[in-house]
Design a protein around this ligand. Sequence first.
Ligand SMILES: C[S@@+](CC[C@H](N)C(=O)[O-])C[C@H]1O[C@@H](n2cnc3c(N)ncnc32)[C@H](O)[C@@H]1O
Length: 424
Amino acid sequence: MTVKCDEVIQYIKKFSLKGQNISLHEDISKTKLDHILIDGKRYTQFINEFWSSKQRQGSSIHEISYRACFKPGLPNFFIELLTEEGDTVYDPFSGRGTTAVEAGLLGRNIISNDINPLSKILTKPRFFIPKFKDVKERLCQIHLDTKIKADLDLSMFYHPKTEGELVSLRHYLNERQNNNEEDNLDAWIRMVATTRLAGHSKGFFSVYTLPPNQAVSQERQIKINCERNQKPEYRDIRKLILRKSRSLIRNVKDQEIENLYNAGIKGVFMDADARETYFIEDETVDLTVTSPPFLDVVQYHKDNWLRCWFNAINSEQVSKKITMSRTVEDWCAVMQDVFYELYRITKKDGWVAFEVGEVRGGKIKLDEYVVPLGINAGFSCVGILINSQEFTKTSNIWGVKNNNYGTNTNRVVLFVKGGGGGIS
Ligand SMILES: C[S@@+](CC[C@H](N)C(=O)[O-])C[C@H]1O[C@@H](n2cnc3c(N)ncnc32)[C@H](O)[C@@H]1O
């Protein structure tokens, strides 16, 4: 075991989210320890509230919705613990870019990859935070024609005037992109508009529908409108884009804006398969923090069809590429290749924090499948961190009957390249 690895384990054992006088020399473990046997070897489970599961925790710049995203506290925990400024942090399944943005805020270099091109659209612009007045000015310059119609029926979502504005904005942005004229301001507006397309409050362009990361089909929306006896009202899309822009940047500090900019300029934003990341050189990544697609529980393409339409992305094509494993065996076969790739790109003594939830009502614990995958690839397993909201100091709540580690449980398998492995 490397010295660093030993220190990390001590830190994890004594960690307290509430910051109650943590001292590495204190002889009290604040973390509940457990063990599991995998392939005849004991691995430690560290159970504690390592990061908050509260919705609004962390920087406001994270606040865009994406299906199955993790809370910023999760990458924050590992980035702060395992890296220093200037180190490189990677996420092969980046989603809305929680790891990349958190790493950027903290002055790390970043590599962000996701096979869904929407990921880059949502992630990259937040590294180049514009001035509010510039967004306003740009929006005023874009001609929005309230009379034009979309090339598909969107009348169940939008008032005709809103639809006209939205189609005009879409046309403007896609023209700018096709002519290689899209700048940071356009990209910011595209990102914000993409998050405002449909949702359950007046802050969205659409009539009431499901939350923004789960766009329903046109047929389903017609039913929702009937059931709720509702008709789309006019929404001023310029106003809503400005409101969301202000909200996203409301608590970002000047230093963080600079950190994000520097990370964004040097950053790598890709849309490759996580198994084929040839653009990343050998042994260049200090830390990977990631959460892969879990079996077939989340239908990314269905959830994202409206976002894909707005951005002229062929959602059928994207959906074919997205990993949708029906069985754990299929899933493991894909993830094994991801781990070989992670091993290649990770620096010696570098880390991988691989988050999986509890799938199918807790019946399948993917972390127990992940441990051998990492080890096969060459990593050592430091242990499994189980984050639980329900953690209290009373140790007897950990009885299986009383607590199944809650519903928001994150299970993170931590690996190191080099080190002892299987530490119990
Ligand atoms: C659980 S989500 C990640 C969410 C992310 N942690 C966040 O906070 O937004 C998994 C992501 O994996 C992506 N994905 C699925 N199959 C992939 C593959 N083979 N290669 C790369 N990305 C893939 C999906 O598009 C999805 O965004």
